[in-house]
Design a protein around this ligand. Structure first.
Ligand code: 5GP
Length: 205
C-alpha cells in the first residue's frame, strides 16, 4: 500500500552513460527522494564506502539474502551479483517518498512486474562510440571487464524500448530536466490510485 506521493523510480542505462551524475542532479532537485543502497558481490572501487555506495557482501551472504526473500530484485552483471534490499525501499515508498534506483535492465523489469506504478527511465548515450569513449576515459575497469560492460551495454540499448521513458544524455541540463518531468508526471498519475487506496482504507475502518 502506497501513501500519497510515494513512487519507485528507476533511472537506468548502460555503464558509462553518466547515470551517477544524472542521479545526483535529479536527487538534488527532489529533496523528498531517497536513493536505495544496493547489495553487491563486486569489490569496492577506490574511494567507494561500504554502506554508502553499496553494501559489499560475499557471494554466500548474497545467496542468503535471496533465500530469505530480502531482495526486491536482483541480477547478475558482468560476472557479479547486484540486488535491491526490500525493507528500506518498501518502507520509504509507503511513507510517501520517491525512491530512486540505479539498477540495470533485468532488475528494472523485475521492479515493474512487482509494482506496475513504478517509473522506468532509460538513459541513452548520444552514440555507442561516445559511450565507449566515456567508459575508457573513466579508467575504472581493466580491458576484459570493460569489454563485458560494452557487450552488456549493446544488449541494454536494444531493450531500452521496454522502459516507460528514454532520455538521451547529450546535454546534461536538458537530460535532468526531462528525467524530473517524467518523475513529476508519474507522481501525478499515481495520485488518483493513491487517493482511492486511502478511500478504501477509510471505508473499511
Ligand atoms: P557498477 O559495478 O558500475 O557500480 O554497476 C554495474 C551495474 O549494476 C550498473 O548498471 C548498475 O546500475 C547496476 N546495479 C547497481 N545496483 C543494482 C541492483 O541493486 N540491482 C540491479 N539489478 N542492478 C544494479
Amino acid at each position: 500500500m502506497t501513501a500519497a506521493g510515494g513512487l519507485l523510480a528507476v533511472i537506468a542505462g548502460p555503464s558509462g552513460v553518466g547515470k551517477g551524475t544524472v542521479h545526483a542532479r535529479a536527487r538534488a532537485s527532489l529533496p523528498e527522494s531517497v536513493l536505495s543502497v544496493s547489495v553487491t558481490t563486486r569489490a569496492p572501487r577506490p574511494g567507494e564506502v561500504d554502506g554508502v555506495d553499496y553494501h559489499f557482501v560475499s557471494p554466500e551472504r548474497f545467496q542468503q539474502l535471496i533465500d530469505e526473500d530480502q531482495l526486491l530484485e536482483w541480477a547478475e552483471y558482468a560476472g557479479e551479483r547486484y540486488g535491491t534490499p526490500r525493507g528500506p525501499v518498501e518502507e520509504a515508498v509507503a511513507a510517501g517518498r520517491i525512491v530512486v534506483l540505479d539498477i540495470e535492465l533485468q532488475g528494472a523489469l523485475q521492479i515493474k512486474e512487482h509494482d506496475p506504478a513504478a517509473l522506468l527511465v532509460f538513459l541513452v548515450p548520444p552514440s555507442f562510440e561516445e559511450l565507449e569513449r566515456r567508459l575508457r576515459a573513466r579508467g575504472t575497469e581493466p580491458e576484459a571487464a570493460l569489454q563485458r560492460r560494452l557487450a552488456r551495454a549493446r544488449e541494454e540499448l536494444e531493450a531500452a524500448h521496454q522502459f516507460d521513458v528514454e532520455v538521451v544524455n547529450d546535454d546534461l541540463d536538458r537530460c535532468v530536466e526531462e528525467v524530473l518531468g517524467a518523475i513529476e508526471r508519474a507522481r501525478a498519475a499515481a495520485e488518483p490510485a493513491n487517493d482511492r487506496a486511502g478511500d478504501q482504507r477509510r471505508t473499511r475502518a
